[in-house]
Unconditional design. Structure first.
Length: 240
């Protein structure tokens, strides 16, 4: 009888070990699936963002692209204007930076030590240095003003992209994008890859869990058998 009780305890310990492993495997699988899902979503969002940015001023949108973009609540004309504004400001910034650099060279030649040099000058020499200083400062202020405007436009661009991606990533929008957009083939491939990557994680996990379940069922059966045998023997001893 004592041996049967020992066997029953061993079975219970094994069952607890199997259940613990089962829970740990579930947690590990859930984490892997989360990472797979995040990677898949990031690749999809990167594709959609690149697609949106590709619509520059002068680009002719197909009717299907225009429809799906409007479905994501995107102000298409406003977006193109933002792109155009950014390009124009970027060019202006480069010109302003070049002009500032050239004027700084002139200022550096006539006043090597800046304001201190001017303080030690007089007459026409001082007037020339002060004029060079003022022209350089004006060019610098102009370049900084353009950069501030460019920063505002780029922030608006980022906000627009963010709003677009939130709308485009919804199941309804993705379904239309996969059917109608000019990136439908690439988008379908990314969605398919994400599904396959998820299955490559889930299938081995499901098989492992089924194997653990069979082990648990076996130990439960052995445990019941170990408990039932002493009770049957006791019943036989009580018979006349």
């Amino acid at each position: 009888m004592s041996e049967n009780l020992i066997d029953a305890r061993k079975s219970r310990r094994k069952i607890i070990e199997f259940l613990t492993k089962q829970q740990l495997d579930d947690s590990c699988c859930a984490e892997k699936l989360t990472q797979v899902g995040l990677r898949g979503k990031r690749r999809i969002l990167e594709l959609l963002a690149a697609w949106l940015v590709s619509f520059e001023p002068g680009t002719r949108l197909s009717d299907s692209d225009r429809r799906v973009l409007m479905n994501t609540q995107l102000d298409i004309e406003g977006w193109l204007q933002l792109q155009q504004r950014e390009a124009a400001l970027d060019e202006s910034k480069d010109r302003a930076r070049y002009a500032e650099g050239e004027l700084y060279k002139i200022y550096g030649r006539v006043a090597p030590n800046g304001t201190l040099s001017i303080l030690l000058m007089s007459g026409a020499e001082k007037d020339k240095a002060e004029r060079a200083q003022e022209e350089y400062r004006s060019a610098k202020a102009n370049r900084e003003s353009i950069e501030r405007d460019l920063l505002v436009v780029r922030q608006d661009i980022q906000k627009t992209i963010g709003r677009f991606l939130r709308e485009a990533a919804s199941p309804e929008s993705l379904q239309r994008l996969v059917k109608e957009s000019s990136v439908k083939e690439d988008l379908f491939r990314l969605i398919q890859d994400a599904g396959q990557n998820g299955m490559s994680v889930w299938e081995p996990h499901a098989q492992g869990q089924m194997s653990l379940l069979r082990e648990i069922e076996k130990e439960l059966a052995d445990s019941r058998k170990s408990i039932r045998l002493p009770m049957q023997n006791r019943g036989n001893q009580n018979r006349p």
